[in-house]
Structure formats: C-alpha cells, structure tokens
Design a binder for this molecule. Structure first.
Ligand code: CU1
Length: 166
C-alpha cells in the first residue's frame, strides 16, 4: 500500500517536472553538455528564425580540469571550421586555443573544466538561413569528435520528430 502510494507520488512529480520544463523551454536558449570522455551530448542544434538573440550554455559534467580535458563551444560556418581549429592550435593554451579577433568565429565560450559552465550570447543577424554552420571544440584534437551541426531556421527536425511519436 505504502509502496503503491510512493510510486504514484514519484510519477506525478516527474510529470510535473516535465511539464514545467517544457513550458519554460525557450527555443532561443540552448544548453549542451560535455564530459571527460571528450564528447558533446548533442550532434545537432536548431534555432528557429523567431530568435533575434541566441544564448548557448556549455556545461562540463565531468571531473577533469580544464588543462587536461577543457572544452569550449565555437560556432562558425562549416567551411571555416578546419581553419579556425588550426588557428586555435597556433594560439595555444594561453589564449584558450582560440585565435584573437577572428572574424570567422560567430560565437565562442571560454574553455571550461569539469563542473564548470560558460554561456555565450550572440545576435542571429550574424546568421544566414540556409548556410551550413558547425559547432566544435578547439581543444587540441577534440574537434574530430567534438563537433556538430548548427541550423538556423530549419524546422524540418521538429516536424520529423512529431511524426515519429505519432
Ligand atoms: Cu573539447
């Protein structure tokens, strides 16, 4: 009897939490995680064209320090990624593996270590719908796996997601 009540309470609480997180979900505010296994937890980020400003928060859910497993989140055109990664290597750890004043970089967080997070805001006037953008980490060697697609104004993913559930 007690066990059944407890289960019901837990279920209702979980539903409430889910409902409130959905109600407060702002499509212009994105959060992604990174870890000690050199991974981002998403391969794709989508921002609708209604957003005039985007806020991206990068969390490091691992325990390793920034000097050995630091991650950043950098946004650029897909075609600029390799050049920025190389320029970041040349810039070195003192500059957080990011080239200074590089116009190809649309947005970038500083490097975070385990337990830390960083947020960057940028205007979507910097983005063009239909252009292929990539997000990636500029720590040495990380961008081979720590990379993903960033889409501005692409709603096809939302449509296909609801089709799958139906
Ligand atoms: Cu990284």
């Amino acid at each position: 009897m007690n066990n059944t009540n407890l289960l019901h309470l837990t279920g209702a609480g979980a539903l409430l939490l889910l409902a409130s997180s959905l109600a407060h979900a702002d499509p212009c505010k994105l959060t992604l995680e990174s870890n000690d296994q050199m991974q981002f937890n998403v391969r794709e980020l989508v921002v609708p064209t209604e957003c005039t400003e985007v806020e991206v928060t990068l969390k490091h859910s691992g325990k390793m320090p920034a000097r050995s497993m630091g991650h950043d989140w950098v946004l650029a055109k897909d075609s600029d990624m390799s050049a920025i990664v190389n320029a970041g290597l040349a810039a070195g750890p003192a500059r957080g593996y990011l080239p200074e004043h590089d116009a190809r970089i649309i947005a970038a967080t500083p490097i975070v270590g385990g337990g830390e997070s960083a947020t960057v805001k940028f205007a979507t006037s910097l983005l063009q719908p239909g252009t292929r953008y990539a997000f990636f980490c500029t720590s040495p060697g990380h961008s081979t796996v720590m990379r993903g697609t960033f889409k501005f104004g692409d709603k096809s993913r939302l449509v296909s997601a609801s089709e799958k559930t139906g």
